[in-house]
Design a protein around this ligand. Structure first.
Ligand code: ZN
Length: 149
């Protein structure tokens, strides 16, 4: 993802991918598969549109090479990865915090990481992995409850 996706006008747009691994032991996950789902995006967001007609999480757990080789029970969605472009710094936006919450709130991906790759205008990249603390999850949970009532 070092080169930015471009929209029809040549401006960079965000790109999404999923890092898939398998449990080597209870503490060790080995990642060997990268999935670029169908997606729509612009300079400030990117949305997963599924993979081969299935929700990407379903495809990962049922159809990925990792699932076929190691079984669904040993397949791990280790990270969701997306780029930041046009000067958006490497870090979680408020949308990213809620996306991370949604993934990590799912019992299947409690340890998923959010990997942000900032594609700088000089061609360099800045990247980091993020998760939510227990306090962060609690704060998002209160917000989600607030907007749902
Ligand atoms: Zn973001």
């Amino acid at each position: 993802m070092a080169n930015a996706n471009l929209d029809h006008t040549g401006r960079p747009i965000e790109t999404l991918a999923f890092l898939i691994g398998h449990k080597e032991t209870e503490e060790v996950v080995v990642c060997g598969e990268l999935l670029f789902p169908s997606q729509t995006g612009d300079c400030s967001k990117v949305d997963d549109e599924g993979t081969h007609g299935l929700p990407s999480e379903w495809w990962i757990m049922r159809e990925s090479s990792t699932a076929k080789q190691h079984g669904t029970d040993n397949t791990v969605l280790a990270a969701w990865i997306h780029t930041h472009v046009r000067g958006v710094k490497c870090g979680f936006s408020s949308v990213d915090v809620h996306t991370q919450y949604a993934y990590s709130h799912d019992a299947m991906y409690p340890n998923i990481m959010g990997h942000v790759v900032e594609l700088c205008q000089d061609g360099s990249i800045i990247e980091d992995f993020f998760t939510l603390t227990a306090e962060g999850k609690a704060q998002v949970s209160r917000y989600v409850y607030y907007i749902s009532i």
